[in-house]
Design a protein around this ligand. Structure first.
Ligand code: MRU
Length: 370
């Protein structure tokens, strides 16, 4: 996408240098700063502290982290240690494991002396494929939006989204926001309700920033407003991303997604999930109680950060540090609440048989199991 009139990806490598660069998402929307990753540990820290976040982007960052690590130790033991270290950074999004497995398989097929070169090529391929995949999700999702919009000509389609599933969560385009970018380009009028997404505020800080930069009409709402807006008839469709979807179609996504799906079902509002096939964990059937749910620091709930009166970023404590806090970062929406899965291969029902068909189709075309 273009930001400040210039094309940007969320991670890129400077020409002729093995130096990956990222946008530090912890500073957005207040400041747009690039940061250089110089080591495996830099990549791990960027994922852990959520300088980069979003399922596909943490996979891409881990791929470059492995490439950086190979410069110091190209042995199989070194590679496997680095892979373990990166996998431990965040437990829920399956794209992290997907990217690392793909890197390890590719790199171990080479002699030690060729492994670093191969890793840089493979990481770049993961990024390029992610961009193409998400653009395709955008095209597939646009047709879904077009169909929904047909019943209300001359009025913007009202879309509710949760968290950030835009270009900042992927290498480019995004998943749930890709169809929205395509809609804008196709002249289909839309308005997006953006859940603020406590406690990290990915909606208010990142999705709203993205939509503003692209000139797409949007409104930030508090996380609990969605049900009320649905009751009032102000939401036509809910469109979210996913961090891990199971082979039965259960969808793990940012905490709060499940409540939106429940409210959408009560009002017969379609609830779509946009995701690349690499987000499907084929090893899991039912997801509730099974997908590992990341528990993040209490400070994320207790402390809010924003711009102070002097213009600097300041932190404010909402309550004291002795008050107990729970901070589960994701939840699982059962497949029965999901209208459809918008993938690069088309729209699939969230049910085991259809997804088995998708798996076979992907294996046939790529020769890979996902
Ligand atoms: O904790 P985050 O910010 O990494 O969570 C991100 C999400 O939950 C997104 O909605 C999800 O990764 C899908 S985006 C491609």
């Amino acid at each position: 996408v273009n930001v400040f009139g210039r094309p940007f990806r969320s991670i890129w490598v400077e020409p002729d240098a093995r130096v990956p660069r990222i946008i530090d998402q912890t500073l957005l929307p207040h400041s747009f700063e690039a940061r250089t990753l110089t080591s495996l540990e830099d990549a791990a820290e960027a994922i852990r502290s959520m300088r980069v976040r979003g399922a596909p982007l943490i996979g891409a960052t881990a791929a470059y982290g492995l490439a950086l690590g190979l410069a110091n130790d190209p042995s199989e033991a070194g590679l496997r240690d680095a892979a373990r270290h990166l996998i431990e950074t965040r437990p829920t999004a399956v794209n992290l494991r997907w990217a690392i497995d793909r890197m390890v398989d590719g790199v171990l097929a080479c002699a030690e002396g060729d492994r670093a070169d191969r890793a840089w090529v493979e990481a770049a391929q993961i990024c390029d494929e992610d961009v193409a995949t998400n653009e395709r999700i955008g095209e597939v999702g646009l047709e879904v939006l077009r169909e929904l919009a047909a019943s209300k000509p001359n009025e913007p389609l009202q879309i509710l989204t949760h968290c950030n599933a835009g270009w900042l969560a992927t290498v480019d385009w995004g998943t749930a926001l890709a169809p929205i970018y395509k809609a804008q380009a196709a002249g289909l009028p839309v308005h997006v309700w953006v859940d603020e997404t406590r406690p990290r505020n990915q909606g208010a800080s990142l999705t709203a920033f993205e939509l503003r930069e692209q000139g797409i009409p949007h409104t930030v709402i508090v996380d609990n407003a969605g049900g009320h807006l649905m009751q009032r008839g102000d939401v036509d469709v809910v469109l979210v991303g996913s961090d891990r979807t199971t082979a039965h179609g259960d969808v793990c996504n940012k905490i709060g997604t499940y409540l939106k799906a429940l409210a959408a079902r009560d009002h017969e509002i379609p609830f779509y999930v946009a995701l690349p096939v690499s987000t499907i964990d084929w090893t899991l059937g039912a997801g509730v109680g099974v997908v590992p749910i990341e528990e993040r620091a209490a400070s994320e709930v207790r402390v809010v950060r924003g711009r102070g009166p002097s213009g600097d970023l300041v932190e404010v404590e909402l309550f004291d540090a002795v008050t107990p806090v729970a901070n589960p970062a994701f939840d699982v929406t059962p497949s029965r609440l999901v209208t459809g899965l918008v993938t690069e291969c088309g729209v699939y029902p969230a049910e085991p048989l259809a997804l088995q068909g998708l798996k076979e189709r992907v294996e046939k075309t790529t020769g890979r199991d996902r």
